[in-house]
Design a protein around this ligand. Structure first.
Ligand SMILES: CC(C)(COP(=O)(O)OP(=O)(O)OC[C@H]1O[C@@H](n2cnc3c(N)ncnc32)[C@H](O)[C@@H]1OP(=O)(O)O)[C@@H](O)C(=O)NCCC(=O)NCCS
Length: 160
């Protein structure tokens, strides 16, 4: 059975071995740097999914991201002060068990517990998945590096 946990310094080797090991060699150093940055820098978090101590997925989130890119004024204003999901991956042979959803929930809990009023991300193919399972809404379609992507946003659900 798998579990989700916040990655710590001591997990870097396993992350590099298990996730980095499956990547193209030229992508590995960048991925390892990213993992270390998310573990060490305040205002960021890296969550990992573990199965028998093997790392089978990860997600990354930033509490107060810089909003970059050619976005409309309305979108830039709406995203102010919201956390951002910057990465999410579950190994191909481990999908469709709810691990992706658990990683997203971990990031949402992290962001909302830090007082963020909402959370957003940019996705190429998973807009419908984010809407269906978590209630994210499309805010703006963008072209990034020649590829159409969608900005998805979810505001913190308020207790009535
Ligand atoms: C998107 C991604 C993270 C989802 O990971 P996952 O672990 O498969 O996610 P889940 O298992 O929570 O949900 C996937 C599907 O499995 C279903 N599912 C969840 N638990 C299940 C279970 N126990 N049995 C059967 N199906 C299940 C979900 O309902 C969902 O169905 P849907 O796609 O029809 O809505 C994964 O596909 C991935 O890494 N893709 C490549 C990278 C990527 O696109 N990242 C997102 C960038 S924004």
């Amino acid at each position: 059975m798998w579990e989700i946990k916040t990655a710590l310094e001591k997990d870097i080797q396993a992350i590099a071995r298990d996730l980095g090991g499956r990547m193209a060699p030229e992508r590995r150093p960048l991925f390892e740097d990213k993992a270390a940055r998310y573990i060490r820098k305040p205002g960021r978090s890296l969550f990992i999914a573990l199965d028998d101590s093997r790392v089978i997925g990860f997600s990354t989130v930033i509490e107060n991201p810089k909003i970059k890119g050619n976005l409309s004024r309305k979108t830039v204003d709406a995203l102010q002060g919201l956390a951002m999901i910057t990465g999410l991956l579950v190994e191909g042979d481990c999908r469709r068990q709810g691990i992706g959803q658990a990683l997203v929930r971990a990031m949402e809990d992290w962001a909302f517990s830090r007082g963020r009023k909402g959370i957003w991300l940019v996705t190429r193919q998973q807009a419908a998945w984010y809407r269906r399972h978590f209630g994210y809404e499309a805010m703006e379609a963008i072209i990034s590096e020649g590829i159409q992507k969608t900005i998805m946003v979810k505001m913190e659900p308020r207790e009535s």
